[in-house]
Design a protein around this ligand. Sequence first.
Ligand code: FA5
Length: 338
Amino acid sequence: MMSDVLEDIERTRQEALRAIGAAADAEALERTRIDFLGSKGRLTELTRSLGSLPREERPAAGQAANRAKEEVARAHKAALEALGPARPEAPELDVSLPGRRPAMGHRHLISRTAHEICQIFAKLGLSVVEGPEVETDYYNFEALNFPRDHPSRDMQETLFVGDGLLLRTHTSPVQIRTMEKSGPPVWIVVPGKTYRRDDDITHSPMFNQIEGLVVDKGITMADLKGVLTAFASSFFSADTRIRLRPSFFPFTEPSAEVDIACVLCGGRGCRLCKGSGWLELLGSGMVDPALYGFVGYDPGEVSGFAFGLGVDRAAMLKYGLSSIRHLYEGDLRFSRQF
Ligand code: FA5
């Protein structure tokens, strides 16, 4: 009977829509499509069975069946779209592909430069020693012959951390710490971080120094100059000239700033050396005998020289860096060049 067929179509339509609404994933949805719209699906079978109806009833029943199929197909399509794009098939595993190497890092330019400098001095017989970055006033200043309240302390803008402690402003305190621990001879280099309240394109609040100290019998300023000349020609280039310029440090007497001939113009004068032909590299001098009093050495027995060079400065000069900040910004485009 016509009304039975229409009821059948309506019931199947509702079941199909319910099943589509309940399908939780693409697989379940596909099953509903096969169950209702597939070649042996229930709506398909129903449509096929309409052929047995009396001729005059077929058009109305056919239309009802087609509407139901279209509606179910639309609902199925919408539900499928709501699930989002299908997950792409996993590519086949190709075991013959070469493995992926993890990106390899390398030492930062500062560490490399410090290492290179220490190696050069090690070849000249100095051994590497380290000391604390948080220091007492005694080692950073007092035992280095900086009198309390003396203006020479102003040369080094100090960062105090409380309780009589400070961040060392130079590596020179390790001179005292080493001499305190052992008698002469002393032949050491001291790499390490140092801190000052400085900040511009050639000064950083944290920077790196390398201290040198040689105390032995019969050490003279000629030894100082010889060692530093050997260093300059090894670190920069074989024909690099140096000059000693009178200066002042409380812990050396006499004291000298050491300049190297400009790495850009070779000494003729240019923008880098501001026309002077020279670039300042480090501070140095003969150990002031007053220091021997602090560590129990006999100034009649021994003499010595000391120097302190900025590692950052040395790297800037050697590699032509325009700002010290490049060394501390952590920009890989910079670091990868070295
Ligand atoms: C000193 O620190 C002395 N202790 C050096 C010394 C040691 C003299 C032994 C005599 C005997 P000065 O303040 O000049 O000296 O610093 C030495 C070097 O450290 C400078 O030539 C410079 O290269 C570097 N330097 C100083 N301050 C900074 C800074 N804020 N940023 C980067 N480098 C710095």
